[in-house]
Design a protein around this ligand. Structure first.
Ligand code: NDP
Length: 302
């Protein structure tokens, strides 16, 4: 399914071969932001493959409508209300989840926002973007870590990210060097970088300080998510109680985030994303960034 393009980026083929099935109905997956788009398609695919799936959404009405739509297609999934940008909502969700399921095997951090038009670049909502796309998955992940099942099947986290946040989009040499030093990179350094970015936004200097040039606030939030994924992967690497942590960029996909434009359908990328989330334990890497294959593979250290 995959060929290795550099130490950290793995290009996956859009053609999905059958996967050897290690999971069962007892395997529990959580997908965030799953009332529509790629998240919804991921839930459908995982349910189709026979896992127990928790569809989460920040809005109960939209979440339950999504669960109902799947029920009408013959898939039974569970609903959990979860606003990833809100610590209280995360705590409530985790308490409910622990009582209802006890353990989690797979977490797919999918929920995210962008307030940009396709070819626009506004940073008016930069704080919300950073809070939702970086702090949200981070807070949820940290809250769920004690609940991951630690068995030979290996727990896994898949962060749905974007190549807009790859390191080659960052032109600030000091920040680039900091992020490239993967062995010493710390969570506080990532947060300092985000504070610097938000300060540049406030001061109106964000265009001239080497930040990514396309969908800047979104790209910075995903850059931070990619970097955090590396740190988390490092935390568990070689640990007996392993958790694999990888990122996946679905590529330009037809959802509301892109105004319905895109090269892929949500169902196509969900089939690939589900396959990555379900890799057999002996094929499961950690700390990698998956992109969908093309003749122009992306190279990056993150
Ligand atoms: P959509 O806008 O269709 O879906 C985003 C989902 O996230 C919605 O369910 C939305 O809920 C939810 N969400 C937003 N904020 C929150 C929050 N605070 N708490 C919980 N849920 C929230 O986008 P996509 O399906 O395209 O995006 C899915 C993932 O794929 C994202 O991580 C995105 O960055 C990534 N991606 C998408 C690409 C594309 O081309 N589409 C390209 C590269 C990456 P609500 O309906 O309530 O707003």
């Amino acid at each position: 399914m995959s060929n290795k393009e550099d130490a950290n980026t793995i290009v996956v083929s859009p053609i999905c071969h059958p996967i050897s099935r290690w999971w069962s109905k007892e395997t529990v997956a959580i997908v965030t932001g799953a009332n529509k788009g790629i998240g919804f398609a991921l839930v459908r695919r995982l349910a189709e493959l026979g896992l127990t799936v928790v569809l989460t959404a920040r809005d109960t009405g939209r979440g339950l409508a999504a669960v109902e739509a799947l029920k009408n297609e013959g898939f039974h999934v569970h609903f959990g209300c979860l606003d990833i940008s809100n610590q209280n909502s995360i705590e409530k969700f985790v308490t409910w989840f622990q009582q209802a399921f006890g353990v989690v095997d797979i977490l797919i951090n999918n929920a995210a926002v962008s307030f940009n038009e396709l070819y626009g670049n506004s940073v008016e909502q930069a704080e919300t973007v950073v809070q939702t796309n970086f702090y949200g998955p981070k807070m949820l992940t940290e809250a769920l870590l004690p609940l991951f099942r630690r068995e030979s099947t290996a727990a896994r986290i898949l962060n749905i990210s974007s190549r807009l946040g790859l390191l080659n989009k960052l032109k600030n040499p000091k920040l680039k060097a900091m992020l490239l030093d993967e062995e010493n990179l710390s969570e506080s350094q990532i947060e300092e970088m985000l504070n610097l970015f938000l300060k540049d936004v406030k001061n109106g200097t964000w265009k001239s300080n080497g930040w990514p040039q396309i969908w800047t606030d979104y790209a910075v939030s995903k850059l931070a998510l990619n970097s955090y994924s590396k740190i988390l992967a490092r935390r568990y690497k070689g640990n007996e109680e392993q958790i694999s942590v990888n990122c996946f960029c679905p590529g330009f996909t037809q959802t509301s985030m892109t105004g319905g434009k895109g090269l892929h359908t949500a169902d196509t990328v969900a089939a690939i994303g589900a396959r990555l989330a379900l890799l057999p334990v002996d094929e499961l890497p950690t700390g990698k960034f998956f992109v969908i294959g093309s003749s122009n593979p992306i190279y990056s250290k993150l």
